[in-house]
Design a protein around this ligand. Structure first.
Ligand code: FAD
Length: 411
């Protein structure tokens, strides 16, 4: 009998792990559990589907047959409620149990609700799944006034969706700049202007007091200073709650994410974690980090899969994430860990071209590029090579400098 590998979650991390495991250990039994009713699809493209620019089929990646043809057992609409780490059994919501040799927790997160009155009113949307997206698209097609809450990467997707459907909207933010931990006011203003051009008006320095509703439907957003913003469509993107119920009492450590080493191993025999939920030891930056991006989740799933088959420290996760935003007439890329810096340097080159680099302990660790994103791979190389550039920091913002030549002095 081959080994039994269980994968909880069929996002990109779980899918990548399942594929690698079956390739490396063809005689094994690989079972993928997902509480969604659909096999892996492309979450990155959901925003384009919601804008009306893609049809639903373009977002699909796998169907059930893809797994079955490879001998992978996929169980849709199946939630795992508990892992019994002592007996190596997982408990399925339908009352079944499944023995495992190795299990991967790749359960990601669920968008957090705002804890204010009427936050469950009809017309208030969260954005994560295909089901959410269908609701968002259908509603945005007919809505009159929108309000988006949450100045981050998912919030701006919701704002762009309202813009694409011509919904006159307010984008309500806590601070005075969009994605304030990664951008400055100068860089943020480029984005704010483009939002205004789409009829999405940024509203700064506000906290939400409550939603107004009539007959169960949202009517307006009220802020703590008494302002009322009429909205029959509301998008809330204020962070994720990680799906960790199943690891209670397993001994797996949790610190706003499942703590794993650079091999995606939790430290508890047979249990690995990967993707958005994993708080991993980053060997490049030398710290515990977490990342919510597609490429990173996929790579972590692959590393976890390798190690589940070949031994817990066979492969290391070594990766610089990036995240692109394509809502405007110019590209935006965030790379590395731009919100983790201790020191920031920035430069504006033209109306829609700006860069900001984040440094920690004298090393580049990430940045955001607006307009010209062509230097992304050079900056990533500087991070990967752990270059100490204390006396060269400003020069790496100079477009005339050959960034290849910066890669000389390693930490
Ligand atoms: C709208 C949107 C746009 C995005 N845009 C970008 C982008 O442009 N670029 C980028 O890099 N990243 C983007 N991301 C982020 C990226 O999609 C995620 O980082 C990535 O999908 C995370 O993959 P994952 O496998 O860790 O988790 P998920 O994709 O969240 O998958 C986890 C799965 O586990 C299931 N699950 C949870 N608990 C259980 C349980 N107990 N039992 C069974 N199943 C369970 C969930 O239902 C889910 O299907 C976007 C995300 C969203 C939602």
């Amino acid at each position: 009998m081959g080994k039994v590998y269980c994968i909880v979650g069929n996002g990109v991390a779980g899918d990548a792990a399942a594929s690698v495991i079956k390739e490396r250990d063809p005689k094994s039994e690989v079972i993928v559990f997902t509480e969604e009713g659909k096999a892996l699809y492309n979450r990155i493209l959901l925003k384009e589907f919601a804008k009306g620019k893609l049809n639903q089929n373009s977002v699909d990646i796998r169907d059930e047959d893809w797994y079955l043809n490879r001998g992978i057992d996929i169980r849709l609409n199946t939630q795992i409620i508990r892992i019994d780490s002592e007996n190596k059994i997982i408990e399925v919501n339908k009352g079944d149990h499944q023995k495992y040799d190795q299990v991967l927790v790749a359960t990601g997160g669920t968008p957090r609700e705002l804890n204010v009155p009427n936050s469950g009113a009809e017309g208030i949307h969260h954005f994560w799944t295909m089901r959410d997206t269908i609701g968002i698209r259908n509603h945005a097609e007919t809505a009159s006034f929108g309000a988006i809450i949450g100045a981050g990467l998912l919030g701006i997707d919701l704002a762009a969706i309202c813009g694409a459907h011509g919904v006159e909207s307010k984008y309500i933010m806590r601070g005075d700049v969009w994605w304030r931990n990664a951008l400055s006011n100068v860089g943020g203003e480029i984005i704010h202007k483009s939002l205004r051009d789409k009829n999405v008006l940024p509203v700064f320095n506000k906290e939400i007091e409550c939603f107004e509703e009539r007959r169960g439907k949202v009517q307006a957003v009220v802020t703590t200073d008494g302002e009322r913003h009429e909205a029959d469509f509301v998008g809330v993107a204020v962070g994720l709650d990680y799906n960790i119920e199943l690891i209670q009492n397993t001994g797996v450590e949790y610190r706003n994410g499942i703590v794993v080493d650079e091999h995606m191993f939790t430290g508890v025999e047979g249990i690995y974690a990967a993707g958005d939920i994993a708080r991993y030891h980053d060997v490049i930056i030398g710290e515990e980090l977490q990342n919510g991006s597609w490429g990173s989740a996929k790579k972590q799933g692959m590393v976890a899969g390798e190690n589940m088959v070949k031994g817990r420290d066979y492969k290391k996760f070594e990766w610089i994430p990036s995240y692109s935003i394509t809502h405007f007439k110019y590209p935006i890329i965030s790379f590395g860990h731009p919100t983790e810096g201790e020191k920031f340097l920035e430069k504006k080159y033209s109306e829609n071209e700006w860069r900001r680099l984040a440094f920690k302990h004298g090393r580049l660790i990430g940045g955001v590029l607006i307009g010209d994103v062509s230097s992304q791979s050079r900056y990533k190389k500087i991070i990967t090579e752990r270059v100490e550039q204390v006396d060269q920091e400003m020069s790496i913002l100079d477009k005339k400098i050959d960034l290849e030549k910066i890669v000389v002095k390693k930490a």
